[in-house]
Design a protein around this ligand. Sequence first.
Ligand code: SAM
Length: 329
Amino acid sequence: MPSAPIDSYHRRIEYLRLSVTDRCNLRCTYCVPEKGVPKLEHHDILRYEEILRLAGLAAKMGISKIRITGGEPLVRKDILYLCERISRLNGVKSLSITTNGVLLPEFAQGLLQAGIHRINVSLDTLERGKFERITRRDSFQEVWRGITAAHAAGIAPIKLNAVVMQGVNDDEIEDLARLTFAYPFHVRFIEFMPFQENGRQDPFLSGDEIIDRLKRIGPLVPARSKDSNGPAQHYRFSGALGLIGIISPISHHFCPACNRLRVTADGKLRTCLFSSDETDLRELLRQGALDDEIIAAIREAIEKKPEKHELDSAVFRRCINRPMVAIGG
Ligand code: SAM
């Protein structure tokens, strides 16, 4: 297999996040605007054979880590079939999924059998009522059952992602972190990112402030995670089974280490979460482009991958042309 492509800033691009749907069974306030988002038409969404072709071409280019995301990937019909096919592609070394967990009770075992050994589950709170306020759905119990089902099935690591919002769930930072004493989970705290229409009352709390809160539990020891070369800084509490991760896209740029590409459910390649530049791969696929032509388009986009995002500049608000649910987290 070739080694991963290198962009203009010497970053090795080896990670592809594939969004398989824009549909979601939750309506998280930080992700989906209150009035909802226009749904993609069925024919706008990449078909499985198109997704498989892109995943195969990416793997052929040396992009060896693939994550399935959405919307909510588990709501897409026959998702296990897609996972299994991707996991068997030559050159795919790691396949993972990001899910809200609502359907995990029924999917945990199947995911493992389909070649998914690691999952990320969004979990912003441990309180049922607050879960409903954040996600606009009363599904906490299913999600918790799903997480424990995935654990029982042997999926590891299980990473729990909490978007920290001041005045909403920051009072639970310590309770969420304490899960690492009972389970070998990675509990990761993510800085709130202001996307289109979710940022009117900005509840941002920085990674450093989150760490200060965590220190109330006890000393936090910097740790290394063999399961991640991603953007999280890792820590561990003495005696804990799991890890703590802090993901600070706003306060600490991790752009210099960014190794990722995203493909949206409608087949647009994005090289930066915060740039609206997109390459229309669906158009190429449907026009009958040859493999080499598609690979050339991906290479060209990689060469133009921005050096860093513009979150701290006035350009930022203009460059967010889709909410997170329509990009693929
Ligand atoms: N439905 C799946 C889920 O809930 O995990 C996958 C898609 S969701 C868009 C993926 C992740 O995006 C969520 O875990 C959440 O952490 C992140 N996300 C969405 N909006 C965000 C925001 N405004 N700030 C920070 N993270 C956000």
